[in-house]
Design a protein around this ligand. Structure first.
Ligand code: ZN
Length: 323
């Protein structure tokens, strides 16, 4: 059953970003120049700068907070963890963020208006991972990833259709489309946004939600893999990917109330070959008995669907604002 009323969808508020900086983006730094210093960012965003921990600097104004890890690969934008493509260098006001992370990661999230295409996203492709011969991961009580993610995708579809989006699933039953067929399908239906839905596996005590977007050219994946650093089709959407990924991670964490493992970077083929802004969400760990129990509950899967739906709604709200 997927009876979802309009009311239930609206009961969780959509998390978007404050429109503090709707002016045109005046600062695009060519990668050749390397990096930007936090002191410069503080002036650009009219933010106060302060040290909040031994290796953490906070930039803050009335709308947004940006916490930066010195000599590390993480920032927190309004409390949500975002992994950088490259490590920061130096400390304090002189701490440097790479130009690639400024232009394709942080600035598109904080000042989305300058980066978004003006056309409203209308066609959404949801990709329930695995299926058919490929069950994906399996929990200690034998709950299968392919079943969980198909249900989340169908619920998200209902929610988004009720808000006027056209939504396609790459599979609607227990079948296995090849990964290349999934991205080809998105191209065929002229998808505006693509979201691949998965659940995770690791040790029994690992928990939480993470979202992946395609790693930028020349950078290592968040996992640290050194190889395969070239650009892929989806890299033309680096800035929009970051915004979509951030909104997914933020709205999923708020809707499901699970721990935040961050917006990460990887070159999974189903996102790196996607013909539009794309992200892959890992909605929790089936290998963790308590998260398996949650994922086995329709009410919890509905929360996850609300999180994904709200992210898409938030993205289109920001496009509307950017017009
Ligand atoms: Zn999976």
């Amino acid at each position: 059953m997927y009876e979802i009323t309009r009311k239930s969808f609206l009961s969780t508020s959509v998390v978007v970003l404050a429109g503090c900086c709707s002016r045109a983006v005046e600062t695009v730094i060519e990668p050749a120049t390397g990096s930007v210093e936090l002191g410069y960012l503080a002036r650009l965003y009219s933010m106060q700068i302060s040290r909040i921990a031994e290796r953490k600097i906070r930039l803050q104004n009335q709308y947004n907070t940006l916490d930066v890890e010195e000599r590390g690969r993480r920032v927190w934008i309004n409390g949500i963890m975002v992994w950088l493509n490259f490590s920061t260098e130096g400390s304090g006001e002189k701490c440097k963020i790479s130009a690639a992370d400024f232009n394709k990661n942080i600035d598109p999230i904080l000042r989305s208006a300058g980066y978004l295409k003006r056309e409203m996203p209308r066609i959404i492709v949801l990709d329930p991972g695995h299926g058919g011969k490929d069950p994906g991961t399996r929990g200690p009580s034998k709950l299968q990833e392919k079943t969980v993610v198909l249900d989340i995708a169908k619920r998200t579809q209902k929610l988004l259709e009720s808000r006027g989006f056209t939504v396609y699933l790459t599979r609607t039953g227990d079948t296995y489309p090849e990964l290349s067929e999934r991205t080809a399908f998105a191209a065929r239906v002229k998808a505006d946004l693509f979201v691949s839905i998965h659940v995770n596996a690791a040790g029994a005590s690992v928990s939480g939600i993470e979202t992946f977007v395609t790693t930028v050219e020349g950078a290592r994946n968040t996992s640290g893999e050194e190889t395969d650093k070239e650009a892929y089709l989806n890299n033309r959407f680096d800035a929009s990917n970051s915004l979509l990924g951030y909104l997914l991670q933020n709205n999923l964490i708020k809707a499901a109330e699970r721990s935040d493992r961050g917006l990460k970077r990887a070159r999974y083929s189903v996102i790196r070959n996607a013909p539009c802004p794309a992200a892959l969400v890992e909605c929790g760990f089936l290998s963790n008995p308590s998260e398996e129990e949650l994922l086995n509950s329709a009410a919890y899967r509905h929360k996850l669907a609300v999180g994904i739906g709200n992210a898409v709604l938030g993205y289109s709200t920001l496009v509307k604002k950017a017009k």
